[in-house]
Write a protein that binds this ligand. Structure first.
Ligand code: HEC
Length: 428
């Protein structure tokens, strides 16, 4: 009897900070919630977390934190930021019990972070040419910086590591390539470092190196594969800055690790896009889809969905010729502020004749709190805040260069309007 009662008492005892909650918070929150990082306050010690227990429990239960937009069961990704039900229950019970500390002596120490290059010393470090100043207040800034690669010959990259110069303000970054000089000319035509854009980078890039968001870790591509940088190409770095309340400056860097010898298999971005967007004011459920059938087999290693502010949902899948479906990603509550490049734990093999399906949903009603316009207005395709996009980049490895050419051709035929094609070919 006594044993049974003790058992019940133990089951009912609320979790404590030192017993279990600290470990959950350190593992899932501290990466962003520490001094100098994007999180608005640190969550390292009992003092940090105890006083915010109710707020923490609420954001975890609603899955607002940690920020992770991909629905479970639709793709399995590296660096998933997702609490388990039991972790959420522990935090909720801890907060409901008044955030007990437990045995302060037994408390786990906050994790240590090293902010140097995560993959070791890169072969080539490319830095923003000048520091960029972010004012204390105001709207988020999307700035494109053009950094000459200085490469005399074509190289293939096994890994790209983006290192934010100022983590308080750098919200995310996308890295593209331009072998045409268009971005350079645009930069020269604008005063100050770089030029500002919102959705895209203002030109049609000739390649891509990936992206970064807080909580992402750089990764090497599978052996024998690489991303190509043409000789003399410029690196196009788009950084999303979020003002911190203080005037800040940033000089971010990119580290490149080249493949030991030129990679045979190249990683390319397949843009699955529709420009056919015209959303009536007030429309709560506007749908757009993209279909693309690949003429060649390929391997998918990642996806980067992209919409703007009234974008609500995006589902991407592959339907194989035998009808079998492979879910790639489902974002049910799109948030422009948390755009990630999602990398699959297991590369996805796609046979020739498979159909890519992108289904996007937009809410242009007044009831959408993310709608930038009040009252809502007509929304058309474009790169500005008040425009929308329907785009998912698929990072893929075709089986050969020839195969890549065929996929590109098919993609141009099926996905691009004449205007887009012209820009892609450098005609504009
Ligand atoms: C990938 C970075 C990241 C991780 C990981 C993260 N946060 Fe956050 N958190 C943020 C940012 C950035 C904000 C500011 C609001 C926003 O941008 O959504 C924030 C805001 C918050 C807020 C305030 C919400 C509000 O409405 O102002 C709470 C509470 C919070 N986080 C708790 C947590 C907890 C608890 C965890 C871990 C379970 C966690 N966060 C993990 C980046 C992160």
């Amino acid at each position: 009897m006594i044993v049974l009662l003790a058992g019940l008492a133990m089951a009912a005892a609320p979790p404590t900070w030192s017993g279990s909650v600290a470990a959950i918070v350190h593992k899932n929150c501290a990466g962003c919630h520490r001094p100098g990082e994007v999180g608005p306050f640190p969550l390292l010690t009992y003092e940090d977390a105890g006083k915010r227990a109710g707020f923490i429990a609420e954001t975890c239960r609603s899955r607002r934190m940690p920020p992770w937009k991909a629905e479970p069961g639709h793709g399995s990704f590296f660096d998933e930021r997702r609490l388990s039900e039991s972790e959420i229950n522990a935090i909720t019970a801890w907060a409901a019990a008044g955030a007990p500390r437990g045995d302060a002596q037994a408390e786990p120490k906050p994790p240590e972070f090293h902010d140097g290059w995560q993959l070791g010393k890169p072969d080539l470090v490319l830095r923003m040419v000048e520091p960029f100043t972010i004012p204390a207040e105001g709207r988020d800034i999307f700035q494109v910086f053009v950094i000459p690669s200085g490469l005399k010959e074509r190289r293939t990259v096994a890994a790209m590591e983006f290192r934010p110069g100022n983590r308080r303000v750098v919200h995310h970054a996308l890295v593209f390539l331009d072998g045409t000089g268009q971005a350079r000319r645009k930069d020269e035509a604008h005063p100050g470092p770089g030029y500002s854009t919102f959705g895209g980078v203002g030109i049609m890039p000739t390649g891509g190196l990936g992206g970064w968001a807080p909580g992402n870790f750089p990764r090497r591509l599978p052996d024998g594969t690489g991303r190509e940088i043409q000789a003399g190409a410029d690196i196009i770095l788009q950084v999303h800055y979020h003002p911190s309340g203080k005037r800040e400056t940033d000089t971010s860097e990119i580290g490149l690790h080249f493949t030991p010898k030129p990679a045979e298999k190249l990683v390319s971005n397949l843009p699955l896009a529709s420009r056919d967007i015209d959303i009536p004011a007030g429309e709560p459920a506007y749908k757009r889809s993209v279909r693309f059938t690949t003429p060649e087999p390929l391997t998918i290693i990642g996806v980067t969905p992209h919409m703007h502010l009234v974008g609500k949902e995006m589902k991407v899948r592959v339907v194989k010729p035998d009808g079998a479906e492979i879910p790639l990603i489902w974002i049910r509550d799109w948030d422009f502020n948390w755009q990630d490049t999602y990398l699959f734990r297991q590369p996805v093999q796609v046979p020739a004749g498979s159909r890519f399906e992108v289904d996007a949903l937009y809410d242009n009603s007044a009831a959408n709190p993310r709608n930038p316009r009040s009252p809502p207005g007509r929304v058309k395709w474009g790169e500005q805040t008040e425009n929308e996009m329907c785009l998912c980049f698929v990072a893929m490895i075709p089986h050969s260069r020839e195969s890549l050419g065929k996929i590109r051709q098919a993609a141009m035929r099926q996905l691009m309007t004449p205007g887009m094609l012209l820009r892609f070919l450098g005609g504009n």
